[in-house]
Design a protein around this ligand. Structure first.
Ligand SMILES: [Zn+2]
Length: 176
C-alpha cells in the first residue's frame, strides 16, 4: 500500500490552537508536488504558514478564505490514516496558493465537485497519490467523502482524470 514519503513527517499529537505549519508538517518543502505549487517561494510560504488545530466531532482540513491559514481537526490529525492526511495537506496547500492569488475559494455558483478551485486541488493531490504508488482503486476511495453522493463521487473522479468502467476505476497499467 502506498505511503507518504519517508522524507515527510507529521506530528500526530495535536494541541488545540494556532501553530506554525512546519511544527506539525515537516519536510513538505522537499516534496516535488509542493515545490510545483509554490515554486521558488516554497520555503518562504511554508515557513510563514499557520495552522489552526480545532476540536470537533466531524471535519478534516480546510483553508480560511479570510487569511489563508489551514484548519486541521485534532481528531483527524491524531486518528486519520497517514496517507490520507498527507494527500489532504497537498490539497490544502493548493488552496493556500489560490488564496494568495486572490481566487475565491468557495464559489457557491458551483457544486463542490465542480468547483474549479476544488478540481485543481484534487488533481494535484491525485497526481501525488499516483506518484507515491497509490492504485486507481485507492485513489477512488480517497475521493469518497461523506458529504458527496455516489454520482458526485464519480463526477469528481472523472474531473481529476480517472477512467471509470461500470462505476469503478480502471487501473492505469491494466492490460485488459
Ligand atoms: Zn478543497
Amino acid at each position: 500500500m502506498a505511503e507518504a514519503p519517508k522524507t515527510v513527517s507529521m506530528i500526530r499529537r495535536p494541541q488545540i490552537g494556532i501553530h506554525p505549519f512546519t511544527e506539525y508538517f515537516k519536510g513538505f518543502e522537499q516534496v516535488l508536488s509542493v515545490k510545483q505549487i509554490f515554486m521558488e517561494k516554497t520555503v518562504k510560504v511554508l515557513g510563514s504558514l499557520q495552522i489552526e488545530i480545532f476540536s470537533k466531532r466531524t471535519g478534516y482540513m480546510g483553508v480560511s478564505d479570510e487569511d489563508g491559514h489551514i484548519f486541521v481537526n485534532a481528531e483527524y490529525l491524531r486518528d486519520g490514516e497517514e496517507r490520507g492526511i498527507y494527500l489532504d495537506v497537498i490539497h490544502e496547500l493548493v488552496h493556500v496558493k489560490q488564496f494568495m492569488e486572490g481566487k475565491t475559494l468557495f464559489d457557491h455558483r458551483y457544486a463542490y465537485v465542480d468547483r474549479p478551485t476544488e478540481i485543481e486541488a484534487y488533481r494535484h493531490a491525485v497526481k501525488e497519490a499516483r506518484g507515491i504508488g497509490a492504485t486507481e482503486k485507492e485513489i477512488f476511495e480517497y475521493l469518497k467523502t461523506e458529504w458527496i453522493n455516489i454520482q458526485d463521487h464519480k463526477r469528481l473522479a472523472k474531473h481529476v482524470g480517472m477512467k471509470l468502467r461500470k462505476g469503478q476505476p480502471i487501473e492505469l497499467d491494466s492490460r485488459s
